[in-house]
Design a protein around this ligand. Structure first.
Ligand SMILES: C[S@@+](CC[C@H](N)C(=O)[O-])C[C@H]1O[C@@H](n2cnc3c(N)ncnc32)[C@H](O)[C@@H]1O
Length: 220
């Protein structure tokens, strides 16, 4: 039985969705089965996936920096997708598409295995309460899941301001087979050359916090 809270949630998700008309937005109904990415981008450049792109400021910078990457900016937050599209449209980024979906579900349906040139996760929700930690997106099981979709030599980038999350991921990664630490001997750094800053990174840095960057390469 739905209660009033469920009703408000459903209304927010299904009724109050601001329509996104950008040509860079891939409508959910077109992503039910494996898309033809070459046809979508009109080239066979490698795919890069950013999970949880928020408002797309980082995605727009990365897509501009790497015109030979086909950049998929994904978030299940509609307003974020809308803002990402607006940014990409304004910058005329031909190599960026925006997807409103849940990461794992989208990848299982729409990403060919061993096809991603990079996976990027910036400032994922930290779930700071101890009892909520199991909701964190990035853990060993999720990185192993991602590995199945990564090309040999593909990069995985993780960034967070949350000390405990940063240390957890930094200490977990060396235990995973098939990955090489690009920033060895460091497990994490507080600066990553050439890596743009996202909205959340800038917000946290303005509060005097440090960002924890982790960068690995798939060698399997
Ligand atoms: C804290 S925000 C960070 C946004 C952006 N990466 C930044 O650094 O500014 C985390 C984002 O991840 C999205 N997100 C969390 N889990 C997700 C999932 N499983 N699939 C898709 N998006 C997700 C949320 O909707 C939110 O927009």
């Amino acid at each position: 039985m739905l209660d009033y809270g469920d009703f408000k949630l459903c209304k927010a998700v299904f009724v109050n969705l601001i329509p996104i008309t950008s040509p860079r937005f891939l409508a959910p109904e077109t992503l039910v089965v494996m898309p033809d990415w070459q046809e979508i981008f009109e080239n066979d450049n490698p795919l890069v996936l950013e999970i949880g792109c928020g408002v797309g400021d980082f995605a727009a910078q990365m897509a501009a920096l790497h015109p030979l990457w086909n950049y998929l900016a994904l978030d299940y937050y509609n307003k974020g997708c809308l803002k990402t599209c607006k940014r990409a449209d304004k910058a005329g980024l031909a190599n960026l598409r925006v997807i409103r979906d849940e990461a794992r579900s989208f990848m299982e349906r729409c990403i060919p295995r061993k096809s991603l040139r990079a996976v990027i996760i910036n400032c994922p929700d930290p779930w700071p309460k101890l009892r909520h930690r199991k909701r964190r997106l990035v853990n060993a099981e999720f990185v192993e899941f991602l590995a199945g979709y990564m090309l040999p030599g593909a990069d995985i980038y993780f960034a967070t301001d949350f000390v405990d999350y940063g240390l957890d991921v930094a200490e977990m990664m060396p235990g995973l087979a098939g990955f090489e630490n690009v920033i060895a001997p460091d497990l994490f750094r507080h600066e990553l050359e050439g890596y743009p800053r996202s909205k959340y990174m800038l917000k946290f840095m303005a509060e005097g916090k440090q960002i924890y960057y982790v960068h690995y390469r798939n060698v399997s």
